[in-house]
Every structure is written in structure tokens, then in C-alpha cells.
Design a protein around this ligand. Structure first.
Ligand SMILES: [Zn+2]
Length: 120
């Protein structure tokens, strides 16, 4: 296994672990706030439905959880498609250091500074 493959596997594991932790937390919060009728309903709902409920809830922590889960889920989907590590804006390779800082990072350095300049 090459160094980059090993780095990729580590990032993949981190994403999968974060995904699972976020999903558990999200489900827990949804039940706590009685946003879903039952725990069974949660187990049956798909991820996008849960993200939608949480995102529409106007509860700050649920909003943040849903937003992060969406980003992490997108990164995992990108891995399945073989598109992981490519910037969603310009399709350039995202720096490994940036991915190690945040495995779900969707943008390269240039696009990140660009959007920071425009939106913050
Ligand atoms: Zn970019």
C-alpha cells in the first residue's frame, strides 16, 4: 500500500466514524425534541429525511449537526464515486494537509479563501 492509499484509508475511517457518531447524535436529539413520532420511525427514515427534519427544526444544535452530517455524508459519497479529494468548486485536488485537518473538506485552498473573502 502506498503512502497516499494509506492516508486515504485513514481519512475514510475517520469520515465513517464521524458519520456514525453524528448520525447517532442527530437521532438522539430528534427523539429528545420529539421531532419524530417514534424511535422506530427514525430507524426507518433515510438519512436525507433526517437531515431535512433536523435542518427545518430551527434548533441551533440540530441545525449544526444536520449541516455537518450532510458534509461528511457528501465526502463519503465522493469516496464511493472516486471523486474524493477533488474540490467541489474547481475540481482541483484538495491539499492532503487540508483533508487531514478536516477529512470532509469539500474545497481546495484557493476556493476556500475565495469564498471566505466573499461571504465572511
Ligand atoms: Zn477549488
Amino acid at each position: 500500500m502506498t503512502t497516499s492509499e494509506r492516508a486515504y484509508q485513514q481519512l475514510k475511517r475517520r469520515l465513517e466514524q464521524e458519520h456514525e457518531a453524528l448520525l447517532n447524535e442527530l437521532k438522539h436529539e430528534l427523539v429528545l425534541n420529539t421531532l419524530v413520532p417514534s424511535t422506530t420511525a427514525i430507524e426507518l427514515a433515510d438519512l436525507n429525511a433526517l437531515i431535512k427534519i433536523a435542518g427545518a427544526s430551527y434548533l441551533g444544535n440540530l441545525h449544526d449537526l444536520a449541516a455537518r452530517l450532510e458534509v461528511v455524508d457528501a465526502a463519503i459519497c465522493a469516496m464511493k464515486l472516486g471523486m474524493y479529494g477533488l474540490c467541489t468548486d474547481c475540481e482541483e485536488t484538495i491539499e492532503l494537509a487540508a483533508l487531514e485537518a478536516d477529512p470532509a473538506q469539500p474545497r481546495c485552498h484557493a476556493c476556500r479563501s475565495h469564498s471566505r473573502y466573499h461571504h465572511d
